[in-house]
Design a protein around this ligand. Structure first.
Ligand SMILES: Nc1ncnc2c1ncn2[C@@H]1O[C@H](COP(=O)(O)OP(=O)(O)OP(=O)(O)O)[C@@H](O)[C@H]1O
Ligand SMILES: [Mg+2]
Length: 310
């Protein structure tokens, strides 16, 4: 199946929920994208090219360093890394998605191919006319940042304070990977634009009523965190293990879920970050707890307790 806008292969179409093999393919693609971006970063550093944000790497054109590639193996490796990245996240213009050109804010102008359905803080969400898939345009923010991710500070005693902040492109790719890993709405990254907008595609669902209580309906695999370890400024902070790492996941409120055509609930958006490296001396209790729930997620021993009681 080809994506109607990029012409590239896609596993997402309208409201249809992909089968298990396609799900596994989506996961694999997220991992390849993250690895490809990390490879560009490492290759650029070897050439002495310092990017002050991964935004600078995300928008590199395929032929960006072609004139330098004969200058040495390191430049040739950078050229290869950029082309491998461009193969998994192509550069496309907003016009390729039906937006007007030469206007100040193309996303605000009427678009015959994409109908606005929501968003604003991180992404503008549109449904494709006809087949219905959702396209999200994540806009870069001040200082070449994008999306949001948790940052950490130390609170009183050994408590970590997790606060949602502007994130990096890597953090956004990780968020989208985590949505799929949690069995959320199938999600792909379909393009980046020269201005640094990242375009994601998602299966279309039905929004839930705002304010619905989600505490008992969160995705499986999320582990409750005793509040003496973490305070987060987003709903329902949870621990999740993926690819051998611990992650903090939050912002799991009703508007970040939709109902799929099978009637089930699926997460469409969240805020996350890798669990921070801890200061073992001050955080021995947290470390011990992490090791325990990594081995056995039920060891949390919090059972059915609710967030506000933890
Ligand atoms: N897959 C989807 N199916 C149906 N509606 C969707 C889908 N994805 C997004 N939407 C709609 O667009 C809104 C914004 O999407 P999303 O949460 O991904 O972006 P956001 O910028 O974080 O927005 P917000 O700040 O409102 O949470 C959702 O609340 C929902 O109404
Ligand atoms: Mg949201």
């Amino acid at each position: 199946m080809q994506d109607a806008f990029t012409g590239k292969p896609t596993r997402i179409r309208g409201r249809l929920l992909p089968r298990a093999e396609e799900r596994a393919g989506l996961q694999h693609d997220h991992e390849r994208r993250l690895a490809a971006l990390a490879r560009v970063g490492a290759a650029a550093e070897k050439c002495g090219v310092r990017a002050d944000s991964d935004r600078d790497l995300v928008v590199l054109a395929e032929d960006e360093v072609s004139l330098l590639e004969s200058a040495g193996a390191e430049w040739a490796a950078l050229g290869d890394a950029i082309r491998a990245w461009r193969a998994v996240v192509p550069l496309r213009n907003l016009e390729d998605f039906g937006f007007a050109s030469g206007v100040e804010n193309p996303l605000e102008e009427p678009n015959a191919r994409l109908r606005r359905i929501g968003g604003g803080v991180e992404a503008w969400a549109f449904a494709a006319e006809g087949e219905g898939s959702v396209y999200k345009f994540y806009l870069p923010r001040e200082d070449k940042q994008i999306g949001s991710a948790f940052g950490f500070r130390r609170g009183d005693e050994s408590r970590l304070l997790a606060e949602a902040r502007l994130g990096s492109y890597t953090a956004l790719l990780e968020k989208l990977w985590l949505i799929d890993a949690l069995g959320g709405m199938p999600t792909e990254v379909v393009a980046a634009t020269p201005e640094g907008i990242l375009v994601a595609k998602q299966t279309l669902g039905e929004p839930l009523a705002q304010g619905d209580d989600m505490s008992a309906r969160l995705p499986k695999g999320l582990i409750e965190i005793p509040s003496r370890f973490v305070r987060a400024n987003r709903d329902h902070p949870r621990l999740f293990f993926l690819a051998g790492r611990a992650w903090l996941i939050g912002d799991l409120h009703a508007r970040n879920f939709v109902r799929g055509m099978d009637g089930e609930l699926y997460v469409i958006d969240l805020v996350a970050a890798p669990w921070p490296e801890s200061d073992a001396e001050h955080e021995a209790l947290i470390e011990e707890w992490l090791a325990r729930v990594r081995a056995d997620p039920r060891a949390s021993a919090l059972g059915a307790s609710r967030d506000d009681e933890l």
